[in-house]
Design a protein around this ligand. Sequence first.
Ligand code: GLN
Length: 453
Amino acid sequence: TQAHLDAIDAAGALNAYVLVTPEKALAGAKSADERLAAGNAGPLEGIPVGVKDLFATDGVRTTACSRILESFVPSYESTVTSQLWRDGAVMLGKLNNDEFAMGSSNETSFFGPVVNPWRRGGSDAKLTPGGSSGGSSAAVAAGLCLGATATDTGGSIRQPAAFTGTVGMKPTYGRCSRWGTVAFASSLDQAGPITRTVRDCAILLRSMAGFDPKDSTSVERDVPDYEAAVGRSIRGLRIGIPKEYRLEGLSPEIDALWQKGVDWLRDAGAEAVEVSLPHTSYALAAYYIVAPAEASSNLARYDGVRYGLRVPGRDIAELYENTRAAGFGREVKRRILIGTYVLSAGYYDAYYVKAQKVRTLIRQDFENVYASGVDAILTPATPTPAFGIGEMANASPIEMYLNDVFTVTVNMAGLPGLAVPAGLGAQGLPLGLQLIGRPFDEETLLAAGEVIE
Ligand code: GLN
């Protein structure tokens, strides 16, 4: 724990942590030592982890990296983090993310961007670690924690993992409790780990997962011993390669990586089959209706009365307006406007209901592929390697949204998805592959992911 605290100090320029909690960490490490000495250690005893600032931590400031929650100190602990502490893990601090987890580059954070510890060969340009869990991915990649919690609504675990050469699992919807996690889009949000290896991912996931009566969408189902799946043979596994993911203009580097992934899985005894997910091209458009709709509803609670920031006004309506104008950043406001628009009378059927229908079709595409005997699907995790901080500043928001083209389908269908590092591209930057599984079959992803990493 002390070594990690020192490393965090030395790496302040990465801006990965928005709050370091050294006293808490060292006290936790001391109790861990005592439990280890007494022989009653938990499965994560003494393991130092970082926590995305979207998870409520009892007595420790939790902001979702928004000005509107700048001074919010919860009096409760999220279920996911409380399970980590139950198993002996030690919290080092809170990790940076895009404001309310809206973004793909960690540049929408109120606390400023996170710097990816990776550099393009021969260049000093600072790169993003992806987003929204950019603090989590950068911290794991730079050795500023042994693992981190993260959340994924449309790719926010898998894309930052791919950009930093780390492992990220978005579990099946309902596998990890959402209780105590700041809500973005409740029907899509899921917590999961970012780690250095697939084995670490399995170990952390086991502690994070499980039924929670406080989350009505949490699923009552035993948590398997995920670590036992790591190293399991994948002989005879049928891996689907969806032809619709071979996008026009896909970079040759990403295409070649994908083919290598197929070869590695084949060499380990799996069979690759081409499959079709015909509604793939509608996923991104439908996601950017459903997610903002739910966000606009979830963010209505930040009114200057119940939480965090309050900017007074002449009357209550003006207080709401002033608080929300000052408290939310540009991207969050854009999402609220889109969400309010697609939910309003007259547009609801044309946009929101239509997007929900598309969502059903996307889920059915996956169901059909799995019903045909396919065990998991292999795709690239992202269309490009990490890009530069500020590089997208003048691009349209849609260009940023295109980062999520391979990841949003998984959230729309509620499936598990694993991003694993698959080597370095031409610029010397890490590239990731994604494995998509059947509902609640994270184990197959871990087994196949270990073959790739
Ligand atoms: N980049 C996507 C968005 O901005 C996904 C974010 C996430 O998964 N939290 O909505």
